[in-house]
Design a protein around this ligand. Structure first.
Ligand SMILES: N=c1c2ncn([C@@H]3O[C@H](COP(=O)(O)OP(=O)(O)OP(=O)(O)O)[C@@H](O)[C@H]3O)c2ncn1[C@@H]1O[C@H](COP(=O)(O)O)[C@@H](O)[C@H]1O
Length: 99
């Protein structure tokens, strides 16, 4: 299973989202979310979670994968909005795995 490249991609995306939040370039969906703020971002995360749940029950794997990708993207946007590094979440999960 490939892991390093995929995890690196998530960190690259986190860095890109931090840039989006700082620069707010036009035509960027992330800019739109950062301009609207935490209420909109949290709402989108909730919607994507519900869509993932629905897909998991009666849809093809490809739809579950699509919805999960939307969910993870919006989760990263939420973490960036809150200035919480992805690292700190992963470190919390690593702590749990040692218990
Ligand atoms: N991974 C994603 C990603 N996943 C989902 N989405 C967007 O999330 C939206 C979800 O669709 P919806 O129908 O729920 O939302 P909508 O109707 O477009 O918008 P709302 O009015 O509901 O907010 C779509 O517009 C998708 O394009 C994403 N937008 C961006 N990225 C990544 O973020 C990077 C930066 O993107 P920009 O900020 O757009 O340049 C891209 O290169 C990608 O790697």
């Amino acid at each position: 299973m490939e892991t390093k490249e995929e995890i690196e991609f998530l960190y690259d995306l986190e860095r890109l989202l931090i840039q989006r939040k700082q620069d707010l370039p036009k035509g960027s969906y992330s800019t739109k979310l950062f301009k609207k703020g935490i209420d909109k971002i949290a709402q989108k995360l909730g919607e994507e979670a519900v869509e993932t749940i629905i897909a998991s029950k009666n849809k093809k794997d490809s739809e579950v994968i699509n919805e999960t990708a939307d969910l993870i993207y919006h989760m990263l946007v939420l973490l960036v909005e809150r200035d919480i590094p992805l690292d700190t979440v992963i470190q919390e999960m690593m702590l749990r795995s040692k218990k």
